[in-house]
Design a protein around this ligand. Structure first.
Ligand code: URA
Length: 203
């Protein structure tokens, strides 16, 4: 992890961070993955989403959230007037776990410095964790997603006031595909997100 932290910290741009990740050999997930799925969307987006891990389609395309979950995410964004290319999207781990199993806590921890640096380099105004693994890793929360979703907290990359951004967690689109009745909670959280965005950018 010290090695990951060192490599992530020395990256001054997203391109350098991607290159550092490409050269990072210490996570066993990369052995079975076809691609390193780094991120997608605007490099200086106001809003950034962190999901769990690439799935089959993402592994093939090398782009996060392009499969069924990604298509639902795009519709969720569109519902509040956001376009995919204007937000930043990444995952807690950049390699697809074999058979789409969840990443282990050890795998997540080893990749965490890269995600943290990714957030720091994008410097969004709002950070949204999609699903429990992202919320646990990034927001350091032990509570289940159904408890923490919709709650707002802060995320800090440094000690200055400008280094602290608003952060929240929402239900993961893959979960919503399995549990469509929960979409009403997602809708509520999307509206709250939209209200925050409007607050942040006066006309
Ligand atoms: N699910 C995720 O968490 N991330 C992706 O990129 C795709 C599906």
């Amino acid at each position: 992890i010290a090695d990951a932290r060192e490599r992530a910290r020395s990256a001054a741009t997203l391109a350098e961070l991607q290159a550092a990740l490409d050269a990072f050999e210490s996570c066993n997930l990369r052995i079975t993955a076809k691609s390193t799925v780094f991120g997608d969307g605007a490099e200086s987006a106001e809003i950034m989403f962190v999901g769990e891990a690439p799935g089959r389609e993402e592994d093939i395309a090398g782009v996060p959230f392009v499969g069924r979950s990604g298509q639902l995410l795009d519709r969720m964004l569109a519902a509040i007037g956001l376009e995919r290319q204007n937000v930043r999207v990444t995952n807690t781990v950049p390699w697809r776990p074999p058979g789409n199993r969840p990443p282990t806590p050890a795998e997540t921890q080893i990749c965490l410095p890269f995600v943290q640096r990714h957030i720091e380099l994008v410097r969004p105004k709002i950070l949204v964790c999609l699903g429990s693994p992202a919320a646990k890793a990034i927001l350091a929360s032990d509570e289940g997603i159904l408890r923490i979703r919709g709650r707002w907290t802060t995320y800090s990359f440094g000690l200055g006031e400008a280094d602290t951004i608003a952060a929240t967690a929402m239900l993961h689109p893959a979960y919503l595909l399995r549990q469509p009745a929960q979409k009403k909670l997602a809708w509520r959280d999307l509206l709250a997100l939209k209200a925050r965005l409007t607050e942040n950018s006066p006309p």
